[in-house]
Design a protein around this ligand. Structure first.
Ligand code: HEC
Ligand code: HEC
Ligand code: HEC
Length: 426
């Protein structure tokens, strides 16, 4: 029996190594660097804009430290990863890189020294960037102020810290590829697809991940749990979650530009995406993204959530109602109607009624702010209730808002609240 298992392991390893070999031969080592054209002001402006579209600054800037100098800690299920210094410092940044080195990183996920990069850097999506856009980004980064700050070593558990494990991971899950426009679709749709699938890296959150952190059906955008942060990025293919197929283009543009819209509200990690990235995109690009999102084929969410049955327990309902009136109604309204552009309505809000209750627990325990944008410059905040409400209280008030005012969704249990609370405390 044991011998069989050893054989299976051996054969799978051979398979992975064969794939790895295949992948290495696929890389375009032989492609020569195109002659570098002089960088114009327009190229630099485009580079700055693309950096917004890819949200580079957010990951590559540590809290309170110099822009783009890296060192920001990103928690993953495999350990802590630190982003790299992207300033043009010769010794510690990308000052000595060529446009070809930069392309190699964006398109193949390989550093200048040949090291394979960790997929916490979303090159699985960035690989679709055009060479032209990669060069504009690189030129703009080179025009920034150099900062001398050595990259920090990642703190990953074995074997995730080894290049051979990453090699096997890449052989299994990573294919470099350029964006292939669909000739049967409009130019607008194709531009939207390029942004959503590429620099926008929406699937980094909105797709389910397997145990090795790879999203296997990224293009479908059917939703996924964001590891460690424990927020659920709902399915963009299901109208009961985050699908916008039946929204107008204007409503989608408003959401991505202002963070708030008549139909929905960006909160938690999505508010950060709006804050640092999408609010800076042009109306034309946002409309293109809206076109692509509206045309996404409808699919059922992939994350199966065991629904707590509606208990229909009158005493629990009354308890939740009391808590709601005391703690929440001042902002969200007696009947959950909210205040337009200030406090989201909770009645008829799919963020409240979708199967996963993870984000509701997060919002009530930790509070939150909508994104500050030109269209919503001073967003109101929601206070955290982690200290004032017990697990039981949170479950009662959430179960209440999920079944009051015509909402029909399952109860939230005190264990669900406890799970997320103890996670946050770690
Ligand atoms: C979700 C977070 C995240 C975003 C968004 C992100 N990066 Fe990174 N990036 C990382 C991490 C983490 C690393 C380090 C990977 C490693 O060391 O293996 C990295 C590494 C890199 C590297 C390799 C640097 C080196 O020294 O090898 C380049 C180049 C890079 N990023 C460019 C960009 C650009 C350009 C953008 C925006 C278009 C961007 N990144 C957006 C997280 C991110
Ligand atoms: C860092 C993770 C992350 C990334 C990247 C991300 N999202 Fe989200 N998104 C979320 C989460 C979490 C939610 C649920 C919270 C909420 O409703 O705002 C969400 C919600 C949404 C919603 C529903 C909003 C509503 O009110 O119903 C839309 C639409 C959306 N995202 C589109 C996008 C698009 C388009 C991109 C790429 C440009 C993107 N997201 C990138 C995490 C992310
Ligand atoms: C001081 C005003 C205020 C109070 C009190 C308040 N909220 Fe909020 N709530 C907000 C604001 C502002 C937002 C939007 C914040 C964001 O997007 O992160 C929000 C967001 C939410 C959301 C997310 C809605 C969405 O569409 O993503 C839920 C759910 C919610 N609140 C429930 C509650 C519950 C339950 C209580 C009582 C325990 C409560 N709130 C108390 C102001 C408040």
């Amino acid at each position: 029996m044991k011998r069989w298992l050893a054989w299976i392991a051996f054969v799978s390893l051979l398979g992975a190594l064969a794939l790895l070999g295949l992948q290495m031969t696929q890389e375009d080592h032989g492609v020569s660097t195109p002659p570098v054209a002089r960088t114009t002001e327009a190229d630099l402006a485009r580079g700055a804009y693309l950096a917004r579209a890819g949200n580079c600054q957010h990951c590559h800037t540590a809290r309170g430290a110099a822009d783009f100098a890296g060192g920001r800690a990103l928690e993953t299920p495999f350990g802590t990863v630190f982003s790299s210094n992207l300033t043009p410092d010769n010794a510690t940044g990308i000052g000595s890189w060529s446009a070809q080195d930069f392309w190699q990183a964006m398109h193949h996920g390989r550093s200048k020294d040949g090291r394979w990069l960790l997929p916490a850097f979303p090159y699985s999506e960035f690989t679709r960037i055009s060479r032209n856009d990669s060069d504009a980004l690189f030129a703009w980064l080179l025009s920034q102020t150099p900062v001398r700050q050595p990259n920090r070593d990642h703190a990953l558990a074995w074997p995730y810290n080894s290049q051979w494990a990453l090699g096997v991971w890449r052989a299994l899950y990573f294919r470099s590829g350029t964006f292939q426009p669909d000739a049967g679709r409009s130019e607008e749709w194709n531009r939207g697809a390029y942004l959503v699938q590429g620099l926008g890296h929406c699937s980094a959150c909105h797709a389910n991940r397997n145990a090795l952190g790879a999203s296997t059906d990224a293009a479908a955008l059917t939703g996924g749990l964001i590891p460690v942060r424990n927020w659920y990025a709902p399915s963009l293919a299901a109208s009961a979650e985050a699908g916008v197929q039946d929204w107008t283009s204007d409503e989608i543009v408003q959401l991505l530009q202002n963070g708030v819209s008549a139909r929905g509200w960006a909160s938690g990690p999505m508010a950060e995406v709006v804050l640092h990235s999408t609010q800076y995109l042009t109306g034309t690009d946002l409309a293109a993204m809206a076109r692509y999102l509206k045309d996404l084929p409808a699919r059922l969410p992939t994350v199966a959530v065991a629904l707590e049955p509606l208990r229909g327990d009158a005493a629990a309902f009354l308890e939740g109602e009391k808590l709601y009136e005391r703690q929440c109604a001042a902002c969200h309204g007696e009947a959950g109607q909210g205040v337009p552009m200030a406090y989201p309505a909770l009645a008829g809000n799919r963020a409240v009624t979708m199967a996963s209750s993870t984000n509701l627990v997060q919002v009530v325990l930790n509070g939150g702010f909508a994104a500050a944008t030109a269209g919503n410059p001073r967003p109101f905040g929601m206070p955290p209730f982690a200290l004032s409400l017990s697990d039981h209280d949170v479950s009662a008030v959430l179960s209440y808002i999920r079944s009051a005012w015509g909402n029909r969704a399952g109860d939230v249990s005190a264990q669900d609240v406890d799970r997320l609370r103890s996670h946050a405390a770690r």
